[in-house]
Write a protein that binds this ligand. Structure first.
Ligand SMILES: [Zn+2]
Ligand SMILES: [Zn+2]
Length: 280
């Protein structure tokens, strides 16, 4: 696997690349848009090309863009729906300019809408975004914590979207904390084996493009999106070691979105690299 962290860009591309390199990362995830705004600035083409060159020199590809949290492709509100679709298209374009291969997005929430109508809206939005996706980029759908009306909380639903759209540049990201919150038990070797088998059957290992590796303190099926330090939550070292041991997953990109400060990042990277080096 290629491990990396979600990196803030507040100190610039160079600082983020340097921190990633110093921590032993082989990939990184960033926000290339303001994560809390619908209106986005015009992409700075030269700066994005510099970011691509910096990553290439430091062996940090394939890298990941996380789209803004505002995105809701299941919304009945036409303003929110079209704003979300525009943000998604914007990030796909910016990713191509920055040499970023994977664009990870949340799907959103059905709200009070029936799931069938919401599912059709998501599928239509994804088809429109994929119709103009740059050839170097893959759009990756992240599983949700499954709270109430959130879309994409189950492998069944994500698999159904893959089949409904059937585009080669569409993939899936599994966030371990979200999976746990949605009720997937992944804290023992046997449970992880069942989970990986279900991923194979419903998603397919080729379509599974990346992981968000996060531990959690939310009870199993608790439907809340909270991340915790690797090995220090309810998934624990046993769960992560089991997951990292699968030969089919060893080529994947894996981003840590763990909380805390620089010292926590160091500890979390060290833990995941240790667990990867000594498989179950
Ligand atoms: Zn996310
Ligand atoms: Zn995530």
């Amino acid at each position: 696997m290629r491990f990396g962290l979600h990196m803030r860009l507040s100190d610039g591309y160079e600082a983020a690349v340097e921190r990633s390199r110093a921590l032993g990362c082989k990939t990184m995830q960033v926000f290339t848009s303001n994560p809390r705004a619908y209106r986005q600035a015009t992409p700075k083409v030269e700066a994005l090309a510099t970011f691509a060159a910096l990553r290439a020199r430091n062996d940090l590809d394939p890298a990941v863009t996380h789209t803004p949290y505002l995105i809701n492709l299941a919304s009945e509100d036409p303003k929110i729906f079209s704003g979300s679709l525009n943000l998604l298209k914007h990030d796909l374009k910016v990713a191509a300019l920055a040499g970023i291969a994977l664009v990870n997005t949340h799907l959103g929430s059905y709200g009070k809408r029936d799931r069938e109508g919401g599912f059709a809206a998501i599928a239509a939005a994804l088809e429109e975004a994929l119709a103009e996706i740059p050839p170097t980029v893959t759009l990756v759908l992240e599983n949700s914590a499954g709270a109430g009306a959130l879309a994409g909380g189950t492998l069944d639903e994500l698999g159904a979207l893959l089949r409904a759209i059937d585009h080669p540049q569409l993939g899936i990201c599994i966030d371990t904390a979200h999976a746990w919150a949605a009720g997937y038990k992944i804290d023992t070797k046997d449970d992880v084996a069942r989970f990986v088998d279900e991923i194979d059957k419903k998603i397919g290992f080729d379509r599974l493009r990346m992981f968000h590796l996060n531990d959690t303190q939310i009870p199993l099926g608790g439907n809340r999106d909270r991340h915790w330090h690797i090995g220090e939550g309810l998934i624990g070292e046993v769960g992560f070691r089991a997951l990292l041991g699968f030969a089919e997953l060893r080529g994947k990109v894996a981003i840590l979105e763990t909380p805390g400060e620089d010292a926590d990042d160091e500890r979390n990277m060290a833990t995941i690299l240790r667990l990867y080096a000594e498989p179950a």
